[in-house]
Design a protein around this ligand. Structure first.
Ligand SMILES: [Zn+2]
Length: 341
């Protein structure tokens, strides 16, 4: 609500440039407002189609579903309720709309008509809109996002990750001041290893077989190239600016700048390019809290993406099959079902 009020009359409506900060559309404004108040980062802003599932994942429940002519959606509304107009499956583009209730009758929403964020009386605003089919209303239950992974949300709002490899992998140089990084001021001017070097436990034949490297979180590729030091490398960011970097890939990354990546998608293969030539093949994995890849000392410890608590130590082995702090989606579903009983 605060997010909307701060932007009322100040931003414009655009379906093309919907990721802010100066323009949004109806569903992206709901998305960024809720993410700002702790909802799960989806990797990209939801549409009126994907908003349904995303609200359910984030602790909302469906409290009304009816036809356009049914006035039930205007009754007993509460502050914080979210309406979605448009029949699921065909509400893409301008065939759908969504907004949030400020009180029983007042909505605040980002619309084409207002070219931005404004308040309206819900029943009278709806009267001026052509029949969009179905109407849905979701209400926050206060449970918040389901914690799919123990490390999902730290107090700083960072996301947890998936696995870098689908087989056992290990830390061959941890994050921070390591004997190697402190002995190489040419490579590490501050003496600090700015990321974690990982390779697979079984990597002896990495050139003759493909050892896939997976995206650790969802995001959008910001750099994908070869560099003498980084080797073949890829960086991808999140809507909140968080950035990940994967260095020394065998070949040019499989994703190009602007491509969307999903957690668990293959981005390249284990390699030893760039400054890693002559060392064991590895991925130099780095995390930046902001989109500051080219800024020195803006990195932070990426251990939280792989481990529930603490810092990954030198030699520590991660087994993607046995990892206990990362619950599978199936486990969670079962857990949710048993909690709901
Ligand atoms: Zn490294």
């Amino acid at each position: 609500m605060k997010w909307f009020e701060e932007r009322r009359g100040k931003v414009s409506y655009a379906m093309e440039n919907r990721d802010g900060p100066s323009s949004y559309d109806c569903s992206s404004s709901i998305y960024y407002a809720l993410v700002a108040s702790g909802a799960e980062d989806n990797g990209y802003a939801v549409s009126t189609e994907t908003e349904h599932d995303w609200l359910l994942t984030n602790g909302y429940k469906l409290v009304f579903e009816g036809d356009w002519s049914d006035a039930g959606d205007a009754k007993d509304r509460q502050r914080g309720d979210i309406f979605i107009w448009g029949t699921k499956g065909s509400s893409a583009g301008s065939a759908g709309h969504t907004g949030i209730f400020k009180d029983a009758n007042t909505i605040i929403h980002c619309s084409f008509g207002h070219n931005g964020i404004e308040e309206d009386n819900y029943p009278s605003y709806k009267k001026g809109v052509s029949d969009l089919g179905k109407v849905y209303v979701y209400r926050p239950t206060g449970k918040g996002a389901k914690d799919k992974c123990g490390a999902k949300r730290r107090s700083n709002g960072k996301m947890s990750g998936g696995h870098l490899f689908d087989e056992k992998y290990q830390v061959i140089q941890p994050y921070g001041y390591t004997p190697w990084s402190m002995s190489r001021p040419d490579m590490y001017p501050n003496g600090k290893h700015t990321g974690i070097d990982f390779n697979t436990v079984n990597h002896a034949d990495f050139m003759s077989r493909d050892i896939p490297v997976y995206a650790v979180t969802d995001g959008e590729v910001t750099e994908s190239a070869y560099h003498a030091f980084n080797g073949n490398y890829l960086t991808h960011t999140m809507p909140d600016g968080t950035l990940q970097y994967y260095g020394h890939l065998r070949d040019l990354p499989l994703k190009k700048v602007g491509d969307k990546v999903k957690k668990g998608e293959v981005i390249g293969y284990l390699g030893d390019t760039g400054s890693a030539k002559g060392t064991p093949p590895h991925v130099h994995f780095e995390h930046k809290p902001e989109n500051t890849w080219h800024q020195a000392n803006s990195d932070d410890d990426p251990s939280f993406l792989f481990k529930k608590d603490g810092t990954l130590a030198d030699g520590e082995i991660i087994d993607p099959q046995k990892e206990t702090n990362m619950a599978s989606d199936k486990d969670l579903k079962n857990k949710e079902e048993s909690e709901d009983k």
